[in-house]
Design a protein around this ligand. Structure first.
Ligand SMILES: CC(C)(COP(=O)(O)OP(=O)(O)OC[C@H]1O[C@@H](n2cnc3c(N)ncnc32)[C@H](O)[C@@H]1OP(=O)(O)O)[C@@H](O)C(=O)NCCC(=O)NCCSC(=O)/C=C/CC(=O)O
Ligand SMILES: Cc1cc2nc3c(=O)[nH]c(=O)nc-3n(C[C@H](O)[C@H](O)[C@H](O)COP(=O)(O)OP(=O)(O)OC[C@H]3O[C@@H](n4cnc5c(N)ncnc54)[C@H](O)[C@@H]3O)c2cc1C
Length: 649
């Protein structure tokens, strides 16, 4: 490639494996890579030019996002992109680290309609929603409650006289607050409300609610609605509020697949599916893990590692060229475990998607046995990987010095988009506790001789009391270490009822230990399945580093019961550092394998060609603050201070 920074060029000439083969592995096959690249080319034709996001106001960002939404929908139609992956690849480049104002329409509104609606309801609303004549959101969270769903206050009271539900916000804290796209964009919402009929409260149920007129888009009478204001990030989407004042909807608009209200107000529960109305959250949590890798961890370490290959700083040996900062062991220690985590989370995300669709299929056939495990695993992994991604993006930013703090780095936009995932779709602490609740119950079952399967099968296994880690550091011995730790945490858990709060810190760690064991196991199985020796070796090194970094960071968990001896822990530390130099040679190629376009990464520091300085200067000069040369406000406010006599002229 012409005009590539010489340091980056050298990195790419010095690798030990085929980047293309690794890209194919990450995509799930060559055919997928080819198709993805084709769709991305279409997207770049449409979206690669445009105003710099960094120089736009919030309102401009929202307006630009509406325009891009219309263009993206048109592109998908024009190019016949209907498969979820293909649509995603286009939208990734249309909205790099941004949310479209209609994101909740696809993420939660449609899945809730199709999973919670009757056939008639789906037949009525889905065609309109697929043509975007209905743009919906998912309105569950209220000003006063987000985590505690059973504490939500919005009511839907059935009126048998008119065969309608009356939606009402009885208190200020009952206002729906946060739903994406609710403020200005959506004209419908699936509203989660307390169902009252015949004077009895039947708990949270989903209701299809029209919010705005089809003709004028004005809010309907009885509805007060708007944007909740600027946020930590997510500037392009109008997270909103809505207040219902005895707003009436037809009885038929309660989504009635799992429970019904008859014309006379009789309530009928037609399924044993536990928490049926919570289903869409399991879907989103399960899908989120993969996106945390490719929208968070992977772009962030791509930026930091490419920049660390072109940034030269300080003097290691007299009169020598300043070294690439990627040659500092401390820089490698900052970045390579993150690189390993990006691969670990990506592989786990792929596996989680597979499991979700397997279990969802079973549920559609009426078999719900695996739902509790899916809920626990998706909750725990969502919490662990979103926390991991947030921590890693900030550490990548810190590794890039001053330019890492510039918007030109791309880090601010990536960070504020990803860190929200620690809160939405279930606040992380609460999600870990949900996972722990399941593990403790499952462990108790195993202790009574129940044979377990899936991600909890280890709880009915015999576990080694001593680690088998040797200087070979076999992946199996590393997986076994995490299995032992997870088992030990579950064994010392508590009964979910009696001392829950007093044990909840330990319980969150038990959930994390379980999820780490799961991630290392998935990573090991991916490595074992790799056919190409060179790729197997380098991905195997990342798996070793992911495991050893976590063992070292949590050494107490592994040495406390003598499972890993002090000598073995010394070996762990030695191997962790020696892996840094092993991985150094391939670091740039390992991020190149993610195959990101510069337009997606949005970072001058992380450009594929490594030409940082010239482009950083051009970018800075393009800042609107640099035109005109002297700002009018300066003349007005400061000039008089500098020239007091002049101001009298
Ligand atoms: C914290 C929760 C789960 C507590 O719910 P609650 O009804 O109080 O349950 P209990 O604690 O009484 O019993 C737990 C019981 O239920 C099972 N369970 C819980 N959730 C699910 C589920 N989703 N699927 C299946 N089963 C579930 C659990 O396994 C227990 O079973 P037992 O056998 O042990 O009894 C709940 O309040 C909750 O989920 N809170 C989080 C709220 C949340 O996630 N909100 C997201 C709103 S949408 C959003 O954020 C959108 C973001 C934008 C975007 O994504 O783009
Ligand atoms: C960017 C963004 C987009 C969102 N989009 C939507 C949307 O489209 N639709 C929607 O309905 N909602 C949406 N939400 C809301 C989101 O789902 C909630 O914010 C989330 O569920 C957390 O609930 P909360 O805000 O009530 O936090 P809280 O539960 O009040 O959390 C505050 C603190 O209390 C702690 N805490 C709470 N309960 C417990 C417990 N049982 N044990 C221990 N600690 C506890 C938490 O750990 C946390 O530290 C969005 C939020 C964000 C940030």
């Amino acid at each position: 490639m012409a005009n590539v920074n010489p340091d980056l060029r050298k990195e790419r000439e010095n690798g030990t494996f085929s980047v293309e083969k690794l890209t194919n592995l990450l995509d799930g096959g060559k055919h997928v890579t080819d198709r993805r690249r084709h769709v991305e080319r279409l997207a770049l034709n449409e979206f690669s030019k445009g105003e710099d996001y960094n120089f736009m106001s919030r309102k401009e960002r929202y307006i630009s996002a509406l325009h891009k939404t219309e263009r993206a929908l048109r592109c998908c139609k024009e190019y016949g992109l209907t498969k979820p992956d293909e649509v995603y690849w286009l939208w990734q480049l249309a909205f790099p680290h941004e949310a479209s104002p209609i994101q909740l329409h696809g993420d939660m509104f449609l899945p809730t309609l199709t999973r919670q609606g009757t056939e008639e309801q789906v037949n009525k609303y889905l065609p309109l929603a697929e043509k975007y004549q209905i743009i919906g959101t998912y309105a569950q969270t209220e000003m006063g409650h987000g985590t505690f769903i059973r504490g939500l206050e919005t009511t839907a009271t059935y009126d048998p006289q008119t065969e309608e539900f009356i939606l009402h916000s009885p208190t200020l804290t009952s206002l729906k607050w946060w739903p994406g796209g609710l403020g200005k964009t959506s004209n419908y919402a699936i509203v989660m409300a307390l169902l009252y009929t015949n004077g009895k409260n039947y708990g949270m149920h989903p209701f299809m609610v029209q919010l705005r007129s089809h003709e004028t888009h004005e809010p309907l009478p009885g509805i007060t609605i708007g944007d909740i204001g600027p946020k930590f990030g997510f500037d392009t989407i109008d997270n909103g509020f809505v207040q219902f004042d005895h707003f009436r909807i037809p009885r038929e608009d309660m989504l009635m697949k799992y429970s019904q209200v008859l014309k006379d107000g009789t309530y009928v529960k037609s399924t044993k599916l536990k928490k049926s109305s919570y289903g869409v959250m399991v879907l989103v949590r399960s899908m989120l893990i993969y996106y945390l890798a490719i929208q968070g961890l992977a772009p962030a370490c791509t930026i930091a590692i490419r920049y660390s290959a072109v940034r030269r700083q300080s003097e290691q040996t007299k009169s020598q060229l300043e070294p690439q900062i990627l040659d500092y062991q401390t820089q490698q220690y900052k970045l390579f475990p993150i690189l390993a985590s990006a691969y670990a989370v990506l592989f786990t995300g792929v596996k989680m998607k597979e499991i979700y669709y397997e279990v969802d299929n079973e549920i559609q056939q009426g078999h719900t046995e695996r739902l509790p495990e899916l809920h626990a695993l998706s909750s725990g992994l969502k919490a662990l990987t979103s926390s991991m991604a947030s921590w890693c993006i900030e550490r990548c930013r810190l590794a890039c010095g001053g330019h890492g703090y510039s918007a030109a780095s791309g880090f601010p936009k990536i960070y504020v988009a990803v860190t929200a995932a620690c809160t939405y779709e279930g606040e992380n602490t609460v999600m870990l506790l949900q996972c722990a609740r399941y593990l403790i119950k499952t462990y108790q079952g195993a202790s009574n001789g129940k044979k377990l399967s899936g991600s909890v099968s280890y709880l009915s296994d015999k576990v080694n009391s001593r680690s088998t880690i040797t200087s070979e550091f076999s992946l199996k011995s590393l997986v076994d270490a995490f299995k032992h730790r997870a088992f030990r945490f579950q064994a010392c858990g508590s009964d979910p009822e009696d001392s829950w709060n007093r044990n909840s810190v330990v319980l969150t760690k038990a959930a994390e230990a379980h999820c780490y064991y799961y991630m290392v196991s998935v990573f090991e199985s991916v490595v074992e399945a790799v056919e190409d020796d060179a790729v197997k070796r380098v991905v195997g090194q990342l798996c070793q580093l992911f495991a050893l970094f976590a063992i070292h960071e949590n050494a107490g968990d592994f040495v406390q019961d003598g499972f890993i001896s002090n000598d073995q822990m010394e070996l762990v530390k030695w191997k962790e550092l020696s892996l840094l130099s092993d991985i150094r040679r391939n670091a740039v190629l390992l991020v190149d394998a993610f195959d990101f376009h510069d337009e997606f990464i949005g970072s001058i520091l992380g450009r594929f060609d490594g030409n940082v300085y010239a482009n950083l200067f051009e970018w800075a000069k393009s800042s609107p603050l640099n035109k005109p040369e002297v700002q009018e406000s300066y003349i007005k406010y400061l000039q008089p201070l500098l020239n007091p006599n002049k101001s009298k002229l």
